[in-house]
Design a protein around this ligand. Structure first.
Ligand code: ADP
Ligand code: MG
Length: 467
């Protein structure tokens, strides 16, 4: 997916306030009614609908009037919110070229104020092959409180937590710098994915290191689950770095043995095919690990002395809970790197999300798209910044003081709660009528509230429906 950050520089404080209001509304609504956006944003001088139109023009929002009139964030809108928050935190100041397209992510270079280049991974769950989406869709049909933005955020939180914990335990992983929403910032690995490497000086040594990592992970109670030539980076000195952690599971997982064997098999197959390696000479004591090998030289999962407690203790420190792990495991069951076949825009932030049903409403409590502590940053204004860095990167927004927004955010949150309750009831009635084939109480484009703003709203709805 293209990420043009130019628009970021021209978005106003009000633009971000309305974008944030849509995000907040999405905690409880797949599609956020325009009226709710207006109420949450509470712009001092009004004009929410003009702002919505502008955000729509920049493809930061998607307008949907199929069930009732409303908006949802696009991945681009979600990208902007995350980038702005991280820029305001001083994590980086400019966004550069795209350096990777994963099966469910886009990776870009970003630069800090002192010119250090880091990697920014934007998770995009839902962008997988049709087959994979379909099977997940079938599953998720019964779990409608999930949506792609929520899952992408979960994937980012998990990736960040694992990267940090693995780094602390001495594993060769990128340095985990920061995380916001679906975005992870990490150090840039100087090297190439193994899949691009045609020749190695010392393939046996690299192979041993890699298999040694799979074993050492298991000793720490973990299985990568997508350990293959796409997720192993290698530099000019043939030093190995592993990446891509959203699908990792514990060795206690019911399919642990299968995942472990699959990771091992991927490495064996690749080295056999690419480097024509024979496995007869591989020593039993790979990377000093004490582990039994089967007759084909593959390490036996059952013989590994597996540690435990790694997940709970170290991951919780980064805010990744067991419930998060359970939620995400249901969606990402092991890796499917080779299923990746597209940058399928059709699935962008979820066809699934548009399937509205009763449990969308009842399951809303489990959605936490907004991280409250970062809200101050989210609604800050943005200033134009024309400066270019030496690296030729496009500049992101400048940081501004956020203190005067604190009170506004409080108000936004309480209004959100109050309105949510009321709108939930209205929404339920709308859905019931759509389902029952009756003429609905609040028909398409005439979403009304009891707060006396309906004439204003219906005028706006007309305007929106003509977009
Ligand atoms: P996905 O989960 O979508 O597979 P990955 O984390 O595997 O995403 O990243 C996709 C590609 O982006 C990798 O194969 C690699 O080429 C590149 N990449 C990812 N992280 C980094 C990094 N920290 N430094 C340099 N390149 C990276
Ligand atoms: Mg990958």
């Amino acid at each position: 997916m293209k990420l043009n950050v130019d628009a970021l520089r021209y978005l106003s404080k009000d633009d971000f306030r309305v974008l944030t209001a849509v995000e907040m509304g999405m905690r409880n609504h797949e599609i956020v009614p325009s009226e709710l956006v207006d109420r949450i944003a509470s712009l001092k001088h009004g004009g929410t609908y003009k702002v919505l139109k502008n955000l729509l023009k920049h493809k930061l929002l998607h307008h949907d009037s199929s069930k009732y009139d409303g908006f949802r964030l696009t991945y681009l809108g979600y990208d902007f919110l995350a980038i702005k928050t991280l820029v305001n935190r001083g994590v980086f100041m400019s966004v550069g070229r795209q350096i990777g397209v994963g099966k469910e992510s886009d990776i870009f270079e970003v630069a800090t104020e002192d010119g250090t280049v880091l990697a920014m991974k934007l998770h995009r769950l839902g962008r997988v092959s049709f087959r994979a989406v379909k099977s997940k869709r079938d599953y998720l049909r019964h779990r409608s409180s999930f949506n792609w933005l929520y899952l992408s955020r979960l994937a980012a939180v998990k990736e960040f937590a694992f990267m940090k914990a693995l780094e602390e335990h001495g594993f060769p992983v990128p340095n985990a710098v920061d995380c916001n929403r679906h975005c992870v910032i990490m150090s840039l690995v100087q090297g190439y994915p193994l899949v691009q490497v045609k020749q190695l000086q010392n393939p046996e040594m690299v192979f041993e290191r890699i298999i040694g990592l799979v074993i050492r992970l298991a000793e720490h109670g973990l299985i990568h689950c997508d350990f293959n030539e796409f997720n192993i980076m290698i530099d000019d000195d043939e030093k190995v770095t592993m990446i891509d952690f959203p699908q990792m599971v514990s060795v206690d997982h019911r399919n642990a043995q299968m995942y472990f064997d699959r990771d091992v098999e991927c490495v064996f197959k690749f080295f056999l095919k690419r480097f024509n390696m024979s496995f007869q000479e591989i020593p039993d004591d790979i990377d000093d690990a004490e582990v039994d090998m089967d007759e084909s030289g593959r390490p036996c999962f059952s013989s590994i002395a597996k540690g435990s407690g790694f997940l709970d203790k170290d991951l919780a420190a980064s805010g990744f809970t067991r419930k998060d792990q359970e939620d995400i495991e249901k969606f990402i069951e092991g890796g499917v790197e080779k299923d990746a076949d597209s940058g399928d825009e059709e699935n962008e932030d979820g066809g699934l999300a548009s399937e509205l049903n009763e449990s969308d409403i009842s399951g809303v409590e489990s959605l936490h798209l907004v991280e409250q502590p970062t809200l101050n940053c989210d609604v800050e204004g943005i200033e134009e910044n024309e400066q270019k860095t030496e690296a030729g990167l496009t500049n992101g927004p400048e940081t501004q003081d956020a203190s005067d927004e604190e009170e506004d955010n409080e108000t936004m949150i309480s209004k959100d709660a109050e309105l949510t309750k009321r709108l939930r009831n209205q929404k339920r009635r709308v859905i019931a009528s759509v389902r029952g084939g009756r003429k609905n109480l609040a028909s398409r484009n005439t979403y009304k509230d009891k707060g006396g703003r309906s004439s204003h709203n219906s005028k706006i709805q007309k305007q929106l429906s003509s977009w």
